[in-house]
Design a protein around this ligand. Structure first.
Ligand code: CA
Length: 228
């Protein structure tokens, strides 16, 4: 049974989330403060975390960042303020998705299911034994999510790392922007495929010697991208 951690200080909301998730066959644990939530998230095994932004002791932004530095399980942030959406997206916290209160419980369940199956797809396709990818001076360490170019570490955002790793694991195949968007961003209705173009550009700036003449990620005009 999939185990979900709910970190939410408003008890009525936490209980609503719990009820709907349990009806749908998930096992849940509920905590109401940031510090306890973070501690549980880091020390126990969960399949997904539903994380409120405004919390006593430590806020959701900080918690998300800390969890991300050690775990890549799906994190869905829950916010009461529309203004926080930009912050969630802009900070590069590594959250997979977000919900704005008041949200429909059924939509919440649908997103939880979508993220769990996407995560499963990604982790099943690439068994743990293939943790490192090495191509002509580019080294991707999948277990620690670190990337090195000619032995020098470069910093990628979560999605940049996901895009690069996905392409590198499937060399010489052409993927359209739509395909990449669906694959990496999945069930996030708020983005659009132009995000893919931006991410590819940023990755090239970081890994290519000459980003305008890329040797790793090639543009296949009219079709998409191919890792070489
Ligand atoms: Ca709150």
């Amino acid at each position: 049974m999939k185990k979900i951690l709910i970190i939410e200080d408003e008890k009525s909301i936490a209980e609503l989330e719990q009820d709907y998730l349990e009806i749908n066959g998930f096992h849940t644990e509920m905590v109401h403060t940031g510090d306890v939530g973070l501690q549980k998230a880091l020390t126990q095994d969960y399949d997904l975390i539903l994380l409120d932004v405004m919390l006593p002791n430590i806020d959701g932004f900080e918690i998300c960042k800390k969890i991300r530095s050690t775990k890549d399980i799906p994190i869905i942030m829950v916010t009461a303020k529309k203004e926080e959406i930009d912050k969630i997206r802009g900070l590069g916290l590594g959250a997979d998705d977000y919900l704005v209160k008041p949200f429909s419980p059924n939509e919440m369940v649908a997103r939880v299911k979508a993220h769990l199956s996407r995560y499963e797809r990604l982790s099943m396709k690439h068994p743990p034994e293939s943790q490192g990818i090495y191509i002509r001076g580019l080294f991707i360490d999948r277990s620690s999510r670190r990337v090195f170019v000619n032995n020098k570490e470069i910093t990628l955002t979560t999605k940049e790392f996901d895009v690069l790793t996905f392409l590198a694991l499937n060399p010489e195949q052409v993927f359209s922007k739509d395909h990449l968007f669906e694959r990496i961003w999945g069930f996030d209705s708020t983005g659009d495929v132009s995000t893919v173009t931006v991410h590819i550009r940023k990755i090239r700036e970081k890994i290519e010697i000459d980003p305008s003449n890329p040797e790793y990620i090639e543009t296949v005009w009219g079709s998409g991208y191919r890792f070489h």
